[in-house]
Design a protein around this ligand. Structure first.
Ligand code: SF4
Ligand code: SF4
Length: 189
């Protein structure tokens, strides 16, 4: 059964261990594929870690003119192939989550591939391994989507275009909504 990233926003303390862990991964050239945004700096440590969302129909791959972005059998959307990528940046414009980056010197895209070298062997990705608060977990996809421990989101409505992601977000309590989180379509409790 496929496993996915489950990110519980409510647990993140903004320590950026996931960013450092990603930077230190072999082959990452000290460039993190994980991004952590502070939600209300100075008022709270609340932060939101964002890796690739691993869309079920990935716009990055669909927009690539040279088919450099492959999708693994388990649905993981891989980073662009070094041999094929021409650095055109189409994927950066197409991705609704703003995830892919292009190295302008090497002319190659890079993004999170969920540590496919590890996850394809059942091991958790580096970000999940180093997170001290269990914000990021590598969990069974079916379990987290059909029997979520709390309100989760994995469908996103971009002006009528609904995108389903394999990365699943654990939503904070939206009734208090203190840190700028919003309710969205596809929220499942
Ligand atoms: S390692 Fe965990 S707690 Fe630290 S910033 Fe990343 S997700 Fe948040
Ligand atoms: S989040 Fe962006 S980079 Fe990741 S699979 Fe979806 S479209 Fe591609």
């Amino acid at each position: 059964m496929a496993k996915v990233l489950y990110i519980d926003y409510e647990r993140c303390i903004g320590c950026r261990a996931c960013v450092i862990g990603c930077e230190e991964c072999s082959g990452h050239d000290h460039l993190s594929r994980m991004f952590v945004d502070e939600l209300n700096p100075g008022e709270t440590v609340a932060a939101s870690p964002t890796p690739c969302m691993h869309c079920v129909t990935p716009a990055c791959a669909e927009s690539c003119p040279v088919q450099a972005i492959a999708i693994a059998d388990d649905g993981t959307v891989l980073s662009a192939s070094l041999e094929k990528c021409i650095g055109c940046k189409n994927c950066t414009y197409a991705c609704p989550f703003g995830i892919p980056r292009v190295d302008d010197v090497k002319k190659v895209m890079y993004k999170c591939d969920m540590c496919y070298d590890r996850t394809s062997k059942g091991r958790p990705p580096m970000c999940a391994s180093v997170c001290p608060t269990d914000t990021i977990r590598f969990v069974d996809e079916h379990e987290i989507k059909s029997e979520p421990p709390k309100e989760v989101q994995f469908k996103w409505d971009f002006g009528g275009t609904v995108i389903e992601t394999r990365t699943v977000i654990g939503m904070p309590d939206t009734e208090t909504n203190r840190y700028g989180f919003r309710e969205g379509d596809g929220v499942q409790s």
